[in-house]
Write a protein that binds this ligand. Structure first.
Ligand code: GDP
Ligand code: MN
Length: 389
């Protein structure tokens, strides 16, 4: 789960990670109130679009302002506007809130982030002097400009971690302790809140030598949200893929992708294998969908309905392994599901495991013209890809 910049900055304040002063606004009145009462009559102010995507600056969603009238007019311009950034996709995201922030004098821009390093099985903190620009580009073109340090949770964040990062950034001696304090507070927040990622781009240094988080991107581990009810309350469903939210309500794990072959699979591992095989035979998966262990007519019908909401889907590959759930029951479930949800694309079905033979007979005898049976995973993937083209 991701949150907005203004929410992330409220958490920074709680964890003593120095950040900007400011507040959220839903309309121009609220924006003016924050500008005058929280920041001050004389500014300067920065008005920033609140959407779950970076790259707002380049897309015209962030503006430094010295005239209070402009705070009002720019807020007016932003609210309701669709912002297209390199992270939103071509459809963009509608701005519903802005964050009004104090305008800060910038001496130097850095990058500072912390994520889970799955290879080394511990958090990794990353810093770079190339702040303010797309870090993905830095990682691609000049990876040596990103300093990485693993932090073993058994010992926690220590001074030497901070010094290694600070030396790597070439900070003068006089700045090292302030930087270590900053990074240490960030690590505490990362661990405490079960975050998956915290990214500060840019982390700025001011002319009076303070480190300030100018931007804030925070993502949480969904599987740990149950122990952070206050964090869960920060969820903004308006920023999430509506079909993913709907699927979750029915106990289906669905992730929308941008290919053309819809996938309905039981088990996360088989779902990944199915997507890989589709890619391997030259196709592109439209989604990840794990229908779970039961694969009843209702869940299968719901699965079809959700997959078909995506207009890019040209065929559907149903790949279900009958272990506890018998294939003949799944086959009947699929036939039932086609009565509940109207399906207008070819459906390629591969059922294997318990009673697979009976299942194939049931499907072949059902006389549903757009159901095509497959003998194994490769056969199914090839047929699904061929029908999508
Ligand atoms: P992003 O484009 O979505 O990553 O949004 P950011 O919060 O990073 O803002 C974009 C850019 O606006 C930053 O990289 C800064 O260059 C600039 N900016 C934002 N706030 C301030 C500020 O207080 N002072 C100055 N001088 N520039 C700012
Ligand atoms: Mn940024």
């Amino acid at each position: 789960m991701n949150i907005h910049e203004y929410q992330a900055k409220e958490l920074f304040v709680k964890y003593k990670v120095p950040t900007t002063i400011g507040g959220v606004a839903n309309n121009t009145e609220e924006a003016l109130k924050v500008a005058k009462e929280v920041i001050g009559e004389n500014g300067p102010w920065v008005v920033k679009a609140q959407i779950h995507a970076g790259g707002r600056g380049k897309a015209g969603g962030v503006k430094f302002l010295t005239d209070i009238k402009k705070v009002e007019s720019f807020t007016q311009d932003l609210l309701g506007k669709t912002l297209v950034t390199h992270q939103t996709g071509p459809e963009g995201k509608v701005v519903k809130k802005v964050y009004v922030q104090e305008g800060i004098d910038i001496e130097k821009e850095f990058y500072l982030g912390i994520v889970l390093d799955r290879q080394n099985e511990m958090p990794v903190m990353m810093a770079s002097t190339e702040g303010g620009v797309e870090i993905e580009e830095v990682a691609e073109a000049t990876p040596e400009k990103i300093i990485k340090i693993n932090i073993d949770p058994a010992i926690g964040f220590q001074g030497f971690h901070g010094r290694e990062l600070a030396f790597g950034l070439g900070l003068p001696k006089s700045d090292i302790n302030t930087f270590i304090k900053f990074a240490s507070a960030l690590y505490t927040m990362y661990m405490d809140l079960d975050t998956e990622m915290i990214e500060i781009n840019p982390l700025v240094q001011t002319p009076d030598n303070r480190f300030v988080a100018l931007d804030a991107k925070v993502g949480f581990d969904d599987n740990a949200l149950y122990r952070h009810k206050d964090i869960e309350a920060l969820r903004d469903l308006g920023e999430e893929e509506p079909t993913e939210t709907e699927a979750a309500e029915y106990g289906l794990s669905y992730i929308k992708l941008d290919g053309s072959v819809g996938c309905m699979v039981n088990g996360a591992g088989l779902a990944m294998g199915t997507m890989d095989t589709i890619n391997y035979v030259g196709g592109t998966p439209a989604n990840f969908l794990d229908v779970g262990g039961s694969a009843s007519a209702q869940t299968v019908a719901k699965g079809f309905e959700i997959i078909l909401k995506d207009k890019n889907v040209k065929s559907i590959f149903v790949n279900i392994f009958g272990g506890i759930v018998r294939c003949d029951r799944v086959a009947n479930g699929i036939i039932e599901a086609t009565k509940i949800t109207k399906i207008n694309v070819p459906v390629i079905v591969r059922l294997d495991g318990t009673n697979a033979k009976e299942a194939a007979e049931i499907l072949n005898n059902a006389g549903i013209s757009n159901i095509i049976t497959a003998t194994d995973l490769a056969d199914g993937a090839k047929k699904a890809v061929a029908h999508a083209k």
